[in-house]
Design a binder for this molecule. Sequence first.
Ligand code: SAM
Length: 223
Amino acid sequence: MDTYLSLPYGHDTPLPEGYVDEVRTPDALVERFVRERTDPGDAVFDPFAGFGTTLAVAERLGREPHGLEYEPDRVRRIVDRLADPEAVRHADALRFDPDTVPACVLCFTSPPFMTEGMASNPFENYAGESTYDDYLADIETAFGRVADAVTPGGWVVLDVSNLRTDEGVTTLAWDLADAVSGVDALSFAGETVVTWERPPDHEGENYQYGYDHSYCLSFERVA
Ligand SMILES: C[S@@+](CC[C@H](N)C(=O)[O-])C[C@H]1O[C@@H](n2cnc3c(N)ncnc32)[C@H](O)[C@@H]1O
């Protein structure tokens, strides 16, 4: 497993009309992990599918994509991108039944983010209320279910970052590593530091969240 990666930053498709500044995983990062951790025909899961980057890359590489997404409009956008409209469904990652997902070799995902100062609930797309401690407990619940959808020896990889705001730094990457490590069936296998190749006129610019790097946290599904 690489512990450091530098990849081109970009997306294969533009954001759908009406969306601005939404967080998406660059396609090259998903591709790197799908190629490294799976074979053609393997099932790949994203329980926080967003605009469908993981699912679209998996499908393009001949893997079988499966995804969940909380926002109905995003589900429709993903369906438009995929050959198999059944590959994604409208569901809550905190409550889905793992038996409804085929056994997956890789879960590659980026969960909704929260800073310590926020009071809205990321798992309801920032509509309801939450505390940071409740959010971390919800992360453990969601990944407990995710673990049951992954085959022993398979992988759960989280694309995350620490968050630097005017209020200070939330060590989200460290805290997510800790919360997901609370799931008995997942064993933390280490982090990959990810930086982005930028054109010369963008040098020194931060990626999102006030940093110029992010992390992929790898967990192995243990028997
Ligand atoms: C960081 S985004 C994922 C972006 C994705 N990796 C991409 O490249 O498009 C997190 C996604 O999780 C979704 N989400 C939030 N709460 C959820 C829940 N309870 N169940 C499933 N999805 C949820 C949000 O609507 C959002 O689209």
